[in-house]
Design a protein around this ligand. Structure first.
Ligand SMILES: [Zn+2]
Ligand SMILES: [Zn+2]
Length: 364
């Protein structure tokens, strides 16, 4: 679950537009990788801050969040542009439009890497049933991904046509830029704007991809969901994200697993809890009752003299853990049902029993 955007930006819930902007600007400055080289999570934190700002700077989204939280935003179709972006430049242009960033001019944002950009990560989701958590399961995941254009084999040139070296960068793919910032002058490398970091320009651009070398395509991937997975956990598949620019590595695919709840079996990490109702006579006399388990119905022995709320532990009938594989338990919680109405025969029997049973109330 994403964090509370107010908390992320460190502002009051009543914060006004100007305060939001100020808070985001401060965070962005702290997290900018040209400044903060020591923190490997800077980009992730920056994304979080950008997402928070994305939500709170839009009055409609902010109202939805205030009333219904992240769930509400999601069911309204909001998905963070910043979260799906990769690289700071991408995040900012997704937020504010290319070259239109109110902060870009302060920082001269860029990845600082220069050269071709690696591919971005992709998020996808799968849902599985609780019983599948026991065994693990294979699932097909569908997603859109930027992939290599097969027509030009990714080099952006119509097959059989020459490719020239880019004159702007001399084939380096990167150019040096000096930017004035509040922290003084910064030397930055950024991707060459003429060749987009490729260092080469095709004479005749590929007809299929317009010379980009990459295309957005529908893709599927069969993912192995391991036994013991919990709802909300993500599986990372390295290199299955968006294809990188000319030769740069591809991003990763992150598959979030959602486990469908089972109304008969309540999950508590590796343990399962099942409520069961028994009659007052079964509680007194004991005996077998049918209980639903991950592997179907099973007879469970209720002890004599069972009290309301008493538990029967079915050892090893729970779920495995992600590590270890030892299965948890299934706990049956017994509720004793007292009949609200009795027919004549039952009432006679109860009255007879009443004569024979001592009143257990010491204060009575
Ligand atoms: Zn192509
Ligand atoms: Zn160039």
């Amino acid at each position: 679950m994403p964090r509370d955007p107010y908390q992320v930006l460190g502002v009051e819930r009543a914060a006004e537009e100007a305060e939001l902007k100020k808070a985001f600007r401060k965070l962005a400055r702290e997290l900018h990788p040209d400044v903060n080289r020591d923190d490997p999570d800077a980009e992730t934190k920056f994304k979080e801050a950008a997402e928070a700002y994305e939500i709170l700077s839009d009055p409609d989204r902010r109202r939805t969040y205030d009333q219904y939280g992240h769930e509400g935003l999601r069911s309204n179709g909001f998905s963070s542009q910043a979260a799906g972006a990769s690289g700071l430049e991408d995040i900012l242009s997704s937020l504010f439009g290319q070259g239109n960033s109110p902060f870009g001019d302060i920082f001269g944002f860029g990845s600082g890497r220069g050269g071709p950009e690696p591919g971005g990560d992709i998020g996808a989701t799968v849902s599985i049933d609780l019983a599948e958590v026991l065994t693990g399961v294979k699932r097909e995941v569908s997603f859109h991904a930027v992939t290599r254009c097969e027509h030009c084999k990714g080099n952006g040139a119509e097959p059989g046509t020459p490719i020239r070296t880019c004159e702007s960068c001399g084939g380096q793919g990167a150019v040096q830029q000096v930017t004035r910032t509040p922290f003084g002058q910064m030397m930055r490398q950024s991707a060459c704007p003429t060749c987009n970091g490729a260092g080469k320009i095709p004479d005749e651009p590929c007809e299929v991809c317009d010379g980009v070398g990459r295309l957005r395509k529908d893709r599927t991937y069969e993912i192995d969901v391991p036994p013991g997975i919990e709802s909300g956990q993500r599986i990372r598949v390295a290199g299955k994200g968006h294809e990188g620019e000319s030769g740069a590595p591809a991003g990763d695919l992150y598959v979030e697993v959602s486990v469908n709840p089972d109304e008969r079996l309540e999950r508590h990490s590796e343990h399962l809890v099942t409520p069961a109702q028994i009659s007052v006579t079964r509680a007194m006399l004991g005996g077998k009752i049918g209980i639903w388990t991950l592997e179907g119905m099973r007879d469970v022995e209720v002890p004599k003299g069972t009290q309301p709320g008493q538990q029967v532990v079915l050892s090893g009938l729970g779920l495995p853990t992600l590590r270890g594989r030892r299965r948890g338990d299934q706990v049956v919680v017994l509720d004793v049902v007292i009949p609200r109405k009795l027919n004549r025969k039952q009432r006679h029997a109860a009255e007879e029993l009443d004569e024979l049973i001592d009143d257990p109330n010491p204060l009575g």
